[in-house]
Design a protein around this ligand. Structure first.
Ligand code: FES
Ligand code: FES
Length: 165
């Protein structure tokens, strides 16, 4: 018999209530039960970071977390970044700096960088070395990372000029 649980969570500000099997991952729950297919699955065992989403503001690998563990949380996925047709500043920077090719890894990098940029940053930072260390936690097979680093740095600079995240 399946071990089912009723949970509630918010995804990109929208309330969801659903019944989910205990062993279902957060990634599968988001994609298959709630339709947030922007969250991609690569390795499915915590290595590639393609499945990165934010849970209560912090980045998690949604293939390593059970959906039931997200009960009562606020989850952010890549679908929540744009305002309709208007890309977020970070998404626009990825486009401007050619930070994607096939795009499979992009949702994970965007959510990872979004959490990082929303956190406390030094007045003159982050440095390129810090951003390189950040993006080293996710895998991209196409870009060589240079564009991703430039996009994150450009977004950090423009947010700093604007006076906040
Ligand atoms: S799919 Fe989750 S880390 Fe690769
Ligand atoms: S753009 Fe293809 S894997 Fe990153």
């Amino acid at each position: 018999m399946k071990d089912m649980h009723q949970i509630r969570l918010r995804v990109n500000g929208r309330e969801h209530e659903l019944i989910v099997e205990a062993r279902r991952t957060l990634a599968d729950m988001l994609r298959h039960d709630l339709g947030y297919t922007g969250t991609h699955l690569g390795c499915e065992h915590g290595i590639c970071g393609a499945c990165t989403v934010l849970v209560d503001g912090g980045p998690v690998r949604s293939c390593l977390m059970f959906g039931v563990q997200a009960d009562g949380t606020e989850v952010s996925t890549v679908e929540g970044l744009a305002a309709g047709e208007q890309l977020s500043d970070l998404q626009q920077a990825f486009s401007d700096h050619h930070a994607l090719q096939c795009g499979f890894c992009t949702p994970g990098f965007l959510m990872l960088a979004e959490a990082y940029l929303a956190g406390p940053a030094p007045a003159d930072g982050p440095t390129e070395a810090e951003v390189r260390e950040l993006v080293a936690s996710n895998l991209c097979r196409c870009t060589g990372y240079q564009g991703i680093v430039e996009a994150v740095l450009a977004t950090a600079r423009s947010r700093r000029r604007a006076g906040g995240p």
